[in-house]
Design a binder for this molecule. Structure first.
Ligand SMILES: Nc1nc2c(ncn2[C@@H]2O[C@H](COP(=O)(O)OP(=O)(O)OP(=O)(O)O)[C@@H](O)[C@H]2O)c(=O)[nH]1
Ligand SMILES: [Mg+2]
Ligand SMILES: [Zn+2]
Length: 336
């Protein structure tokens, strides 16, 4: 990535403060375990996290992630990241494993393109999960229905998705033909940052290569895109020739919920629920329940309602686990 097209990023006073400490402001463009790549006025260089920052960290969210602005000491061959600057948006998910700690997918993203292809991968319930997580990140979600060339009736998918992707744009795209990705390019602007997320094989890296006008990411060969095979394995930030920033991410098998925004993602259900006769209506058979009435006359899909309940349960469980962990840590600290 060329330093001449680094985005505006943190404001002048932050840059000045970092410079006073002999540090420079850089952006994290790549991460492979504990080795980072950062881009600054000094160009692209490898970087590690300072020991102090590592010891003060209380969880994965305190570590740098792709898209982060950091203050770094760039005097040596390997830069030393001393601080992570405040984030404008954080896209996170629960990490696999037993801890309740979240994992950052990307930060300081303006628009998250949620990619879903119109074949076996098509799943409205999974899309609802993605939308809930992206709304909570502070970035704007935009749904990309990919591989239009493989679908006999793309309009049907577009309509169906439009009904659940409330407040988000829905674009139908393909890598075939001259202008199959024109809708994406129209959506993008110079200086802004875009992340691509979604299942493996839906065509995220193919889009990134198109936007870069170069094969910067490997894509799977046709036929080798078998289930469970991930072509992209690390997250990476690129500056496009048009001056935008794009982050490619590895396909996710499942998106475990961490931070979620139900008010935005399920605004239709929340609005209906406000009209139920009882304030504490569980929509389980109470009289004059606006939610059940909407399901009965077909205005709300029963599957959508069921998914909403399931996700809420999951989020509640997650929250209880996080609280329990917090209490346990506080107790341990007091005892020691
Ligand atoms: N027919 C068709 N194939 C496509 C389209 N876009 C991508 N592909 C193919 O789909 C396969 C997977 O594409 P990738 O770009 O590697 O998918 P990905 O989302 O980056 O996958 P991971 O890196 O594993 O997460 C490749 O063989 C692409 O050539 C499209 O619009 N139509
Ligand atoms: Mg990929
Ligand atoms: Zn109700």
């Amino acid at each position: 990535m060329n330093h001449t097209n680094l985005p505006p990023g943190p404001n002048a006073s932050v840059r000045a403060a970092a410079m006073q400490d002999g540090l420079c402001v850089a952006r994290v463009s790549g991460q492979e375990r504990d080795l980072y790549t950062i881009v600054s006025d000094h160009g692209t260089m490898p970087a590690k996290v300072a020991g102090k920052l590592m010891h003060q960290a209380t969880g994965p969210l305190d570590f740098p992630a792709v898209g982060d602005w950091v203050a770094a000491d760039t005097s040596g061959d390997v830069a030393v990241i001393r601080a992570v600057l405040p984030r404008k948006s954080v896209l996170e998910r629960k990490s696999a494993g037993v801890t309740s700690a979240g994992q950052i997918i990307a930060s300081n993203v303006d628009v998250v393109f949620i990619c879903m292809s119109m074949n076996e991968n098509y799943n409205l319930r999974r899309l609802e999960r993605y939308l809930s997580v992206v709304w909570a990140s502070g970035a704007e979600p935009c749904v990309l229905l990919t591989k239009r060339d493989l679908s006999l009736d793309p309009g049907r998918y577009e309509t169906e998705v439009g009904l659940i992707a409330l407040g988000a744009d829905v674009l139908v795209v393909t890598d075939k033909g001259e202008d199959g990705y024109a809708a994406i390019e129209r959506k993008m602007a110079a200086g802004r940052t875009y992340a691509f997320v979604g299942s493996s094989g839906v065509g995220k890296s193919t889009i990134v290569n198109h936007l870069m006008d170069a094969a910067v990411m490997a894509t799977s060969d046709i036929g080798k895109a078998d289930k469970g095979h991930h072509t992209t394995t690390t997250r990476q930030l690129f500056a496009t020739p048009a001056g935008a920033f794009v982050i490619d991410t590895p396909g996710m098998r499942e998106l475990q919920l961490d931070a979620v925004d139900f008010d935005s993602a399920f605004a239709d259900i929340e609005t209906l629920a406000a009209r139920c006769k009882f304030n504490d209506c569980t929509h389980g058979g109470e009289p004059r329940c606006a939610v059940r009435e909407a399901i009965e006359d077909g205005r709300l899909s029963a599957e959508r309602m069921e998914n909403y309940r399931k996700m809420q349960k999951e989020a509640d469980h997650q929250e209880r686990k996080a609280k329990a962990a917090e209490i346990a840590i506080a107790r341990w600290r007091r005892a020691h």
